[in-house]
Design a protein around this ligand. Structure first.
Ligand code: NAD
Length: 355
């Protein structure tokens, strides 16, 4: 990270934020500051292993336990840190939970983002820093749902259809309005579905793994034919670092995995990997259970990555099949981790988000 010395990450105890922090602590010598309120899906173990490697790494990392909805505390921490780069990932992130409890999503995703960019605006007024960047990490779900053809790109109009995607779309609009009006070096990224190690088991891939391991029914929403474009989290992190370093401030970037897959096929792949890795064979046909569809379930998401490929030379390094195998095997090797975070969150993989 040649341009930056002090990097602030919001949501650094979440799935993607922790992968970003591990990468920065391992592969650079920057100082890393993590602001996270430590919600039920957070886990510090995802970073602790790296901190134990050596004292220099530990000394380059600092955690602030705070809620980005608290303007004055966030303002104080931001100005104490004096960051020259911000990755904003703190958000409520589960569509099903947004259907059950939208207000939390509006608070963290919209008000929290407003607080952060307003603090950044005032900070930049007092600090001339030509290299400063703020990356707002968003999702492809803000664009709505696709039919069989076409892909989302940076020019696709917004059409959010769940409380989660509406709250993320609102935050994207705030960031874009602030950068346009106040001429701020903000970048918005919209990424497809991520998967990888350390993801809380309420999302499709780790949830399916838990269900198979426990011998419980795997709930397939509706007909299971919904399509998502999957990206391994390490590839997403590489894209974010490259955009921060070489992306033009004030622009948007779509990031995707070029790996579209129907949910039902993804579940099949996961069960195949588990069957090939253990002596106990699970009969998928007996495990699958088609359940009531998610209310307002989007049919298909897919990202056209032409811009990030042509401008920055980025494309996913990991083949979907290999990354899925790495991920599933990691969960198989760490059964106690999933149980620990599920207990901490008082969540036992039950169905969420029904009306
Ligand atoms: P996550 O739910 O695993 O982690 C989010 C983290 O943010 C948690 O540690 C939580 O405690 C923290 N947080 C939430 N509200 C906060 C608040 N008010 N104050 C401080 N901290 C708060 O989410 P994730 O999967 O790592 O996603 C990170 C970001 O990337 C989100 O903004 C999400 O919208 C976006 N994104 C995720 C995906 C995906 O597939 N996971 C894809 C594209 C974009």
């Amino acid at each position: 990270m040649k341009n930056f010395k002090k990097i602030l990450i919001t949501g650094g105890y979440g799935f993607i934020g922790s992968a970003l922090i591990r990468n920065l602590l391992k592969n650079s010598d920057v100082q890393v500051f993590n602001i996270d309120k430590y919600s039920s899906v957070s886990d510090s173990e995802s970073i602790e292993e790296i901190l134990e490697i050596d004292i220099n790494i530990k000394n380059r990392y600092k955690y602030f336990n705070l809620d980005i909805c608290n303007y004055s505390k966030l303002d104080e921490a931001f100005n104490k840190i004096n960051p020259d780069l911000v990755f904003h990932l703190a958000a409520e992130s589960h569509v099903d939970r947004s259907i059950e409890n939208p207000s939390q999503f509006l608070n963290s995703n919209i008000i929290g983002t407003y607080n952060l960019i307003e603090i950044a605006r005032k900070y930049l007024k007092n600090n001339q820093d030509n290299k400063f960047r703020l990356l707002h990490i968003s999702t492809d779900e803000v664009f709505g749902s696709l039919e069989e053809n076409g892909k989302f790109n940076e020019l696709t109009p917004y059409n959010p259809r769940s409380p989660y995607s509406a709250s993320k779309a609102s935050s994207d609009h705030l960031v874009k309005a602030w950068r346009h009006t106040y001429k701020l070096p903000f970048i918005v990224t919209n990424c497809s579905n991520n998967f990888g190690e350390w993801q809380f088991p309420d999302k499709l891939i780790p949830l399916t793994i838990q269900k198979i391991l426990k011998g419980e029914k795997i709930p397939i929403y509706g007909n299971g034919l919904q399509i998502r474009d999957w990206l391994y989290v390490e590839d997403h992190v590489e894209a974010l670092l490259l955009i921060a370093q070489d992306g033009k401030a004030g622009e948007d970037f779509c990031i995707g995995g070029n790996s579209e897959m129907r949910n039902i096929d993804l579940v099949r792949n996961i069960s195949e990997i588990i069957n090939n890795s253990s002596s106990k064979k699970h009969n998928l046909l007996e495990l699958i259970s088609f359940v009531k569809d998610r209310p307002g379930h989007d049919k298909r998401y897919a990202i056209d990555c032409k811009k990030i490929k042509s401008e920055l030379g980025w494309e996913p390094k990991f083949k979907f099949k290999d990354a899925l195998e790495i991920t599933v095997k990691w969960y198989l090797d760490k059964p106690e981790w999933a149980q620990k975070v599920l207990n901490q969150a008082n969540y036992q993989t039950q169905r969420l988000g029904l009306l």
